[in-house]
Design a protein around this ligand. Structure first.
Ligand code: ATP
Length: 430
């Protein structure tokens, strides 16, 4: 409940009208943000104003039916606005622009008038942390008195309610520029040097613009988006927009307020055994063995604690991040951020080194300079070179040079980063 102001001893409380939209696009086209932007243009023509920025809310990255980044959008309006007209516009645009031909596109629209209650906030976190069914979402909508519109299976209501309900304590902004419809599906040709200049001028207030030669602002799908620039500030986004040379006409653009890059999906797990599949965590543990790489270029190692162990992966798309992971050694204590996906493997987004193991235990070196070998179980060591034997079975600690640094964070490259992952540049690190 938002308390607007105090007058004498009475408190005036104001409810709002909220709109949530999700699941309108497919891998072949469209983007729910583009639909939202088109609706906002129509609102403007109809003199309907929204409060604050439109919101783009990213939900559980492991939701099964997502198209790409599992995002829903929402708007907040004053209840004095023409909400009937607003509803008509929203439903009209969803009917007109959704990719209904795709089996996996099941739009859902939610209208809600009132305050954002605690149970709604809990629902939003559930949509970010775990999996919700359509039935559950529908039941919840009825419970809070929201009006729902389901198209086909209407799965989008799951994300629509969450997009309305999600609190934004930490947030960022994204400027999305849209293409002329005639360009959809054609190659994008944004001037690379202009993005480099923009990055130089505006980083770290904008981030994730480029990754070497890779233009991270440019989607690689046939959707209407020409580019998306992410920032802590809408003002800086305006500056960035001026600097980027698109080499094609920008048909429209829109700035969204979003939970992207806030780590909102990460829950603190005390023990490995507390973690569940399809959820994301921060977890501390000890590296069991040196990481190994498998066919396809994916790298794995096991992390353990008193409660159990889990296989952790740095997948091929994380590129050079794997070279950092490869430096981990048995006995290193680290804190991982990431989530447990389809294969029940912990997918690493970033990690902090808590305590490096500075020693390895090896067979002793003989007086003649050669490393000794085991003489058999319980029989100590022998030197194959000079024949010397020692009785003790104990390996000796040897200090090793480590290039990883205690306390330091290491993250996946921009090109492989999740929308929700907080980049180190946004973290409060000393
Ligand atoms: P894009 O980001 O390109 O707009 P998308 O990746 O957001 O697309 P959608 O088309 O929105 O994908 O599909 C995601 C679907 O998953 C929606 O129907 C949404 O309601 C649903 N969904 C979102 N969060 C959850 C969740 N926690 N559990 C189950 N379903 C979810």
């Amino acid at each position: 409940m938002e308390i607007l102001y105090f007058y004498s001893s009475s408190v005036i409380i104001m409810d709002y009208f909220y709109i949530g939209i999700d699941d309108t696009d497919s891998p072949d086209g469209m983007c729910t943000t583009f639909l939202a932007s088109s609706i906002l243009n129509e609102f403007e023509r109809s003199n309907i104003k929204i409060i604050d920025y439109p919101r783009l809310i990213r939900l559980n990255p492991f939701a099964r039916f997502k198209t790409r980044g599992n995002g829903g959008v929402s708007f907040k309006l004053d209840i004095d606005e023409d909400t009937d007209l607003a509803k008509e516009i929203v439903l009209g645009y969803v009917r007109e622009l959704s990719m209904f031909d795709c089996d996996n596109t099941n739009p859902g629209v939610v209208f809600y008038e009132g305050e954002i209650t605690e149970e709604m906030v809990d629902y939003a976190f559930k949509a970010i942390y775990s999996i919700i069914t359509i039935e559950e979402a529908e039941e919840f909508a009825n419970h809070i008195g929201a009006e729902i519109y389901k198209f086909k299976k209407g799965r989008g209501i799951i994300g629509s309610i969450a997009a309305i309900s999600c609190p934004l304590e930490d947030y960022t902004y994204e400027l999305l520029a849209y293409r002329e419809p005639s360009r959809y599906g054609t190659l994008r040709n944004i001037d690379y040097d202009s993005v480099v200049r923009m990055d130089k001028e505006t980083y770290p207030e904008t981030f994730e613009n480029i990754d070497g030669k890779y233009l991270a602002i440019e989607p690689k799908t046939p959707c209407p988006v020409l580019y998306g620039i992410r920032s802590n500030s809408p003002e800086v986004l305006e500056k960035a927009r001026e600097m980027v040379i698109p080499n094609e006409t920008i048909a429209d653009s829109c700035i969204f307020k979003t939970n992207q890059h806030t780590d909102m999906h990460i829950q603190n797990a005390d023990r490995i055994s507390d973690m569940k599949q399809y959820s994301c965590y921060r977890i501390r543990g000890t590296v069991k063995e040196r990481p190994h790489i498998i066919e396809g270029g994916h790298m794995f190692f096991t992390l353990y604690d008193d409660s159990g162990e889990i296989e952790c992966g740095a997948y091929e798309p994380t590129k050079d991040f794997r070279k950092i992971v490869a430096k981990l050694r048995e006995g290193d204590v680290i804190e991982l951020y990431g989530g447990i996906g389809e294969q029940n493997t912990f997918n690493i987004e970033k990690f902090q080194v808590i305590k490096l193991n500075e020693f390895v235990y090896r067979n002793p070196v003989c007086g003649c300079g050669k490393r000794m070998s085991s003489a058999g179980r319980g029989k100590g060591f022998k030197c194959k070179s000079c024949g010397k034997r020692i009785e003790s079975d104990e390996k000796v600690p040897e200090k090793i040079d480590r290039t990883l640094i205690n306390g330091k964070f290491y993250e996946t490259p921009v090109s492989a980063r999740r929308h929700l992952s907080k980049p180190l540049i946004r973290m409060d690190l000393d």
